[in-house]
Design a binder for this molecule. Sequence first.
Ligand code: KIV
Length: 271
Amino acid sequence: MSTEGTLRPVTTLRLAEMKQRGEKITMLTGYDFSMAKILDSAGIDVILVGDSAANVMAGHETTVPMTLDNMIYHGRSVTRAAKRALVVVDLPFGSYQGNSKEALCSAVRIMKETEADAVKLEGGKEILESVDRILSAGIPVMGHLGLTPQSIHKFGTYGVRAKEEQEAEKLMADARLLENAGCFGIVLEKVPAELAAKVSDELTIPVIGIGAGGGVDGQVLVVHDMLGINTDFSPRFLRRYANIGEVMTDAFRRYIDDVKSGGFPNEQEQY
Ligand code: KIV
């Protein structure tokens, strides 16, 4: 079977090659089979089964309530659809912090039960032991620095991170630690563009930004936000590519009118 062309599966190695030749990496979140099928056939490089599913799929205020079982359910739904894209699944809050053996068990469950390609963890030095242990089992790991939503109760705000020198230095040091540990990439969320570009320049692994400017190696957005399905969230970094929420509302209203008026189903739409 040919592995060339657009159907050639994206691997962590291919992402590294993309960075080397300056080709930007595209990543969007996905949580279910139907959306993942559309994302994959559109040619997205990476589908992130993010724990933002807590917000956009389940309506929670934060990502903290997400469980490992929830992530496995979403991850499995996405991998059934993804033929080309690399699928990365978030390890949820409480499944890896503070206990590297538990972290490994969580990552192993994700890999076995979802058949995803990699896991993503939030944090730097504090979670390095967990990162090391997961990597030592042969599981590819993506880091996540800057605004790390699982720590929202520590930060107290979803504002821009690492604006001050001390936090910027820690972020750079954490990025180096994650690269040296063997992570294949890092997500940088909501940090100044200049700092993000510096991290991307210094690291050899791809840096994917969300609210981190254009000087990084790729971009990620939450799919419901960029499609205009979730309109409650409008940060400056978000570009809306569609107003699908409006298209859906219009379709639902026309359906309701048709059913109420007896216009649906018509003669051709019945047996
Ligand atoms: O959970 C998520 O969607 C994420 C992205 C915001 C990077 O981690």
